[in-house]
Design a protein around this ligand. Structure first.
Ligand SMILES: C[S@@+](CC[C@H](N)C(=O)[O-])C[C@H]1O[C@@H](n2cnc3c(N)ncnc32)[C@H](O)[C@@H]1O
Length: 247
């Protein structure tokens, strides 16, 4: 149990790398970018989907790959959904530490999506936003009839950024195929969300650094991006709600 209040269950003997998951630099950049509200529309849409699924009293929600905790904090603050027990898991200690510093009423754990430290059938809603997940482990912890809410990038997501990096926009692949192929979940609902955002000069570097595109950007391209007064880009999200198929 760390001083900040999270639990670290991903100890040296479980690790394949010294600092697994997203780096401290990525996490801090993502926190600054998300805190500026650029993806608030996504947080609102996710909350709306959860509200629609929350028919009865108390629900336990697990955010797999919760990162620095932006979505958990949003869910903990909105009045429309009450009685949510929140749990966040991420393999990155830096991320979970930042999430803990948000002082959310949530249980925060450093561990892997492939080895969830949770009892069978103990979770009502699993959230996975741009994060890796293991279909079998996710199905194991979900209650019968429990739902998995997944968010992945749409085709135009961040194309205003990637045109400065690649000759052709390269959309990022989501994890939907993995879920669709395993036969453990049935698709209940599917929606798309698209907007244009104007990223302020001071947030362009945060946006770049929080994505894997950072590693493909040359020093010249970084310089050009940092010289822009503003970056206008579409953001596009695919949101899917899956129900666990009872075996
Ligand atoms: C693209 S980030 C998304 C973070 C957060 N959901 C968000 O949208 O801001 C992917 C997250 O998955 C985490 N991650 C990567 N591999 C993981 C694993 N095996 N188990 C749990 N989390 C993992 C990373 O550390 C990172 O926080």
């Amino acid at each position: 149990m760390a001083r900040e209040g999270y639990i670290n269950l991903h100890l040296a003997q479980h690790k394949r790398s010294k600092t697994p998951g997203d780096s401290d630099q990525m996490m801090k950049s993502r926190q600054r970018f998300l805190n500026a509200g650029y993806y608030q529309c996504l947080a609102e849409s996710v909350a709306e989907l959860i509200k629609q699924e929350s028919i009865c009293a108390v629900k336990t929600l697990l955010d797999i790959g919760c990162g620095e905790g932006y979505y958990l904090q949003y869910l903990s603050q909105i009045k429309a959904i009450e009685n949510l027990n929140l749990i966040g898991i991420d393999i990155s200690k830096s991320g979970v530490k930042l999430a803990a510093k948000r002082h959310i009423d949530a249980q925060l754990i450093v561990d892997s999506a492939y080895n969830l430290p949770l009892f069978n059938t103990s979770i009502d809603v699993v959230l996975s936003i741009f994060s890796p997940l293991c279909p079998k482990e996710t199905a194991r912890v979900l209650k019968p009839g429990g739902v998995l809410i997944m968010v992945g990038p749409g085709e135009q997501h961040l194309s205003g950024l990637t045109t400065h990096i690649y000759d052709q926009h390269q959309p990022h692949q989501g994890n939907f195929k993995l879920i669709d192929e395993q036969g453990l979940f049935a698709l209940k609902k599917s929606t798309n969300l698209q907007q244009n955002i104007s990223v302020k000069k001071t947030d362009i570097e945060n946006l770049l650094t929080m994505t894997p595109y950072y590693w493909h950007t040359s020093p010249e391209q970084k310089k050009l991006l940092s010289s822009l007064p503003v970056l206008i880009t579409p953001i596009e999200f695919h949101l899917r709600v899956y129900e666990k198929i009872s075996s």
